[in-house]
Each structure stands twice: as structure tokens, then as C-alpha cells.
Design a protein around this ligand. Sequence first.
Ligand SMILES: NC(=O)c1ccc[n+]([C@@H]2O[C@H](COP(=O)([O-])OP(=O)(O)OC[C@H]3O[C@@H](n4cnc5c(N)ncnc54)[C@H](OP(=O)(O)O)[C@@H]3O)[C@@H](O)[C@H]2O)c1
Length: 333
Amino acid sequence: MSEPIIAVVGASGVVGRQLVQGLLLKDHPADCVRAFASERGAGEELDFGDDSVVIDKYSDESLRGAAVAILAVPPEVAKPVAERAQALGVWVIDLSGAWRVDEKVPLVVPGVNDGVLDRPFAGRIVSLAQASTQAFTRALEPLRGAFGLLFADATVLCGAAIHGSAGVAQLSKQTGELMNAKDPDIEVFPHRLAFNVIPAVGALENGLSQLERAMLIETARVWGGEKMPAVTATSVLVPTYHGLTLILSAHLSRRVDAEGVRATLKADSGLKVLDEPADNIYPMPMLTTDDSTVHVGRIRVLGERVQLVACIDNAFRTADSALDIAFELADRD
Ligand SMILES: NC(=O)c1ccc[n+]([C@@H]2O[C@H](COP(=O)([O-])OP(=O)(O)OC[C@H]3O[C@@H](n4cnc5c(N)ncnc54)[C@H](OP(=O)(O)O)[C@@H]3O)[C@@H](O)[C@H]2O)c1
């Protein structure tokens, strides 16, 4: 049987490049990969082992014949592309959050609620939760399962890549300008990010940033129901490039000790526990590069309260999870 055609829309961006590289790592043949971007990114040739994949300009006919399209584009672009793909009978995995509030579209956090794809749903669109929700729920899921969870808070430290390739370029430019005693340009972020910390990711509305609002909506969908814990989140931009760091605080339904927490987290193959503080072993975003597991550590326990740190490579994990779902969907009618 021939391999399914997997299309990446937004292939010139941070996540899109990771998706194409992920297809190579998963030994998908180059002639079954389609890559699209806007006119700006079209024409670029992406390395693909001994082959290459050329990025084409996306048009309404681009996805005809594809089994699955993964959308790594802004939400306003993703909406019409997803609808067009669905009309062509193509499965869609949306990474933009454009469908996160649509209860008809399954919202997936791999390793937390994968079963949502086994239940019947209308249409052919699937939404992957944003990376901060994935890290938050994935890190706490084993504790929620073993001890019950009443309350969880996350402070999410985001590198510049949370704003895509424009964010990465802006941080480099500002850093260079400051090192050369020039006034930095401020375009992508609301303030200078180089040598600074900005306590909001995306526009603030009614006291919540875009990222915080998305986390609360997604967490309610993934953990919702009678035992939904109270959840709060604060998002912060820090002057690193890639990776997310979450400072987590959880209130469990019953008292636990640190050993019980550590053993529960260690038993979960989706997590990597780095927790030997005396030897300076703890999670850091640089350790997560090209690793789709969630790293956890700095575990502290007092009665029912647990504090820990979690890190992920947001772009890699998002791409890796999306590809796993893509191959699963490609096997369906
Ligand atoms: N960064 C992360 O870690 C992360 C993680 C999870 C999900 N996401 C989500 O994934 C999406 C992409 O994020 P990113 O960080 O990769 O952003 P990015 O680096 O800015 O890339 C955006 C991509 O979208 C393409 N694009 C923009 N307008 C288009 C159009 N009209 N038609 C076709 N392609 C178009 C761009 O192509 P051009 O080069 O032609 O402009 C580029 O390839 C966003 O919705 C983001 O919220 C990001």
C-alpha cells in the first residue's frame, strides 16, 4: 500500500519546518510530502535527507489528493483552509487554536485525552491543544489520576518562538542592537524583549492574555466535568528563543509525600523526571530540544500542596504529536 500524502500548510514557519523534519525522521517518503506557505515563503527548498521538498504557494486546489493537512498558520488563515480541506475530503489537524472553542471539533492533548479521537465526531477537523496546555495537563495528569486535583496554577515562561519566526528574528535583532548601543526596534512584542521580561503573551483582554485565555478554555475541555479543578495561569515572555518552562503549583485532594509524587511521575513514560537538586539536575528548556516528553523536576511537597517545574520543546512536541495523529487519521476513511 502506498504511503499517505501529508500536507503541511505553513511549512516556512517555526512549527511547519519542524513538521517537515518530523516527516523525514519518521521515514515518510519525500514524494508523499506537500509543503505550502503564502507567496512570501513559497519557492524555498527544504532539506529532506537525500531529497528536498519545495514550498509551494497555497491555493484552493493545493490540498486535493492529500490524506491529511496539518495547519501551522495563524488562526485567521487556518479557518478557511480547514473548511476547504474538509470539503475536499482531507483530514485536518489544526495547530492554530482556530477551533478550540468549537465543541464539535475534538481537542486533543496527547497522553491526556487521546480517547477523544476514538469517539464519533462530525467533520474531519481535529484541534491540537496549544503547547502550554499540553505541558500543563500532561505534567499534572498522573497526579490528578492518582491523588485527585482540586487546584492548579501555572506560570508559563515562553521564549520568543511563541510568536513564530517573527519573534525569533525580533529577539536577535534587538539583542544585536543593544549590544551595539543602539535603540532597539519594537515591532513584534509590545516592549523590548531583549534583556527584559514581559508579563503577557499576546493581547490582554479583561485581565487575561491570549495564551492564558486559551489555556483556561482548553484545560476546561480536557479536564472538564464534575471533578474539574480550579485553574489559574500567568504567561510571561522571557528573552530565550525556544522552549516553555512552567512553574506549577497544585493542590491535591489528599496528603502525599515527596516520594509518592516522585514515584507517580517516574512511572509515567510520557514524562522525564529530572529531580536531583543537590547535583543541579532539574528541567531546563535547553535539555528538551528535539524531545517530545515533558520534563519535570524541582518537586516540593507540603501536605496536599505540590510545586514543580515542567519544560517542553513546544515546537518539536507540537509537530511530533500532530504527526502521530496524522498517521492515525490517514488510516481512516
Ligand atoms: N511556535 C510554537 O511553538 C507553536 C506551538 C504550537 C502551535 N503554534 C501555532 O502554529 C501556528 C504557526 O506558528 P509558528 O510559530 O510556526 O508561526 P510562524 O513561524 O510565524 O509561521 C507561520 C506560517 O504560516 C504561513 N502563512 C501565513 N499566512 C499564510 C497564508 N495566507 N497562506 C499560507 N500560509 C501562510 C507562513 O508562511 P510565509 O512564510 O509565507 O509567511 C508561515 O509558514 C500558529 O497558529 C501558532 O499559534 C505555534
